[in-house]
Design a protein around this ligand. Sequence first.
Ligand SMILES: C[S@@+](CC[C@H](N)C(=O)[O-])C[C@H]1O[C@@H](n2cnc3c(N)ncnc32)[C@H](O)[C@@H]1O
Length: 208
Amino acid sequence: MHKTDQILYQDSKKSAINKSRKEISQKIKSHYDFLKNALEDIKTTGSIASSSRFLVSKLLEKIDFSQTKSIVEFGAGLGSVTFPILQNMSPQAQFLSFEINNNFLESLAKIKDSRFKLINDSAANLCDYVENESVDVIVSSLPLKNIDDQIKEEIIKASLLGLKKGGLYIQYQYSLSDYSWLKKHFEEVELDFTALNIPPAFVYICKK
Ligand SMILES: C[S@@+](CC[C@H](N)C(=O)[O-])C[C@H]1O[C@@H](n2cnc3c(N)ncnc32)[C@H](O)[C@@H]1O
């Protein structure tokens, strides 16, 4: 190899190594930040780790992004589901994301995308922000098991009002404790599962 080519090759190798080092340290920081918040308020956070990419792809695989004009997220956390939604959604679509934890909100506020609106309010108040029957998809990471029954009912009622007919409410959970409850509210509930998450998770794809 010519000397200049060799130097260029070594430089590009170094920059690739630095890039992956940076990515790894960002990932570690993000896991640490999530764990710190979870330990402060495990009831609201509902988990000790952000969703894995395997769980996120199960959550999003049933969404036809080309036909999705209005999407809502409940419980954004540090954005492990938020960013993939932004990457997949169409340029014309609108995305509202609900979060109530101030530390997470601070981090999500850095997202600069005209399609995205961060809402510092409970998912139960969805109808204050959307027209009835206007939402195509709701993706929820809410820790249903830890939420009081009355608030859970309010959240599902608001979701059913906000969703279009045939719209999807997609939710994950670490047990099947709310499977029958969701089946009471939605026309159809499809069940999926991934072991590749901490902890392993069930996914409910509920159709209005
Ligand atoms: C299990 S974490 C999910 C974080 C992220 N979406 C993920 O999957 O890694 C649940 C999130 O829901 C938020 N949350 C809990 N109750 C909420 C409510 N009523 N409205 C909006 N967000 C809520 C918590 O603050 C927390 O960030």
